[in-house]
Ligand binder design. Structure first.
Ligand code: ATP
Ligand code: LTN
Length: 334
């Protein structure tokens, strides 16, 4: 367990399964930098999780570098936070096996992400897709993480990680810190621009559904212009009856740092077309500085490799402490 004199830990991960969307940014990544001062933060590029869906090897590698650059472009400092690649730290896979033996199939059967992804990839419902939440629990529990900043869609997985930690602690004594989710009030669930009843997802095959953090302003504006609204004419926050408009209000409020009520007031009486353009340009303003930094960082591979190497070493040191403790408790010879 963490002693009181140490800073509490934060852990979060994003899959390099595609380019990072506005949804990933507003739901999760945006909050990562602000936690760096008060906590010891670990932000992982969870490449092992991406194999649950078929990936192109060259693209996967490229996207891992890209995610590291984006972490830094958003304000993460690799000397303060530990920014690393999951597959560089062998303890994730090792702990995952053990935790799998303390997870019930009934629990995994209930996971909505498994159900959604099985439906989406019916030709490849593999065992990794099923045990995905166990690996995620290992990611978090290895570092005795206290808080986990995530979007709303990951809440169920975090609950499972908590249940596994509590179960293991009951059997073997206090081994794991029981983690808690950090879910923001606004921006925790950004919906698709074309199908606003589905979440914005980076692995979506229709690029009109998402906006990328690194996308050019022209292209962003086009996507907002084409965003699906409704047959009415009132800019009103009503997710059930007006999912498109409500999603746009949520996006606007989150990037501007205001409430959806205030956003609604600002656009009272506006035409849909003008409203959509205002949301698009607020998003462009928010993302432009990130894109500039990102491009600079991506141009120096040697620097990125150096950061990954150093940070993986720091992560392995922490992870080994928990892994050894777990091995000892279950009765493995050390
Ligand atoms: P994939 O499409 O490959 O499943 P994804 O876009 O759903 O990926 P993840 O890598 O699984 O993204 O998630 C990274 C983080 O972004 C998680 O904390 C997740 O909760 C958050 N997140 C993902 N999509 C959204 C969204 N639409 N709105 C808010 N947060 C989101
Ligand atoms: N399952 C998450 C990504 C993820 C994660 C984690 C998030 C893997 N391991 C640990 C937080 C903590 C996702 O699909 N968004």
């Amino acid at each position: 367990m963490n002693t009181n004199t140490e800073k509490q830990r934060i852990f979060s991960g994003i899959q390099p399964s595609g380019n990072i969307t506005l949804g990933n940014y507003l739901g999760a990544l945006r909050h990562f930098p602000e936690l760096q001062d008060d906590y010891e933060c670990l932000y992982c590029i969870v490449d092992m999780h991406t194999l649950t869906v078929r990936q192109d090897p060259e693209l996967l590698k490229e996207r891992s570098y890209s995610l590291l650059s984006l972490y830094m472009a958003c304000g993460l400092d690799p000397d303060r936070s530990i920014l690393f690649v999951q597959s560089h730290v062998h303890q994730h896979a090792e702990l995952s096996w053990i935790l799998g033996c303390y997870t019930y199939m009934g629990e995994l059967n209930r996971m909505t992400q498994f159900k959604d992804k099985s439906a989406k990839h019916a030709d490849n419902i593999n065992a990794g897709l099923y045990t995905y939440p166990v690996l995620m629990a290992a990611d978090i529990l290895l570092y005795q993480s206290r808080f986990v900043p995530i979007g709303n869609d990951q809440k169920q997985h975090l609950e499972l990680a908590r249940d596994i930690a509590i179960r293991f602690n009951k059997l073997y004594g206090e081994t794991f810190t029981v983690p808690e989710p950090l879910i923001s009030k606004q921006g925790a669930r950004i919906m698709s621009l074309q199908e606003p009843d589905r979440k914005m997802s980076k692995s979506d095959t229709n690029s009109g559904n998402f906006v990328l953090v690194t996308e050019e302003p022209d292209s962003i504006m086009k996507k907002f212009k084409r965003a699906v609204t409704d047959s009415g004419s009132e800019v009103r926050f009503d997710p059930e009856n007006k999912p498109g408009i409500s999603n746009l209000l949520n996006i606007y409020a989150t990037v501007k740092g205001i409430t959806t009520e205030d956003a609604e007031k600002e656009f009272a009486g506006s035409r849909y077309g003008d409203f959509k353009m205002a949301v698009g340009s607020a998003v462009c303003d928010c993302l432009a500085p990130i894109r500039e930094k990102y491009e600079l960082l991506m141009s120096d591979r040697a620097q990125l490799d150096g950061i990954l190497g150093r940070n993986a070493e720091r992560a392995r040191e922490i992870a080994e402490i928990t892994k050894k403790d777990v091995y000892r408790r279950v009765g493995f010879i050390l």
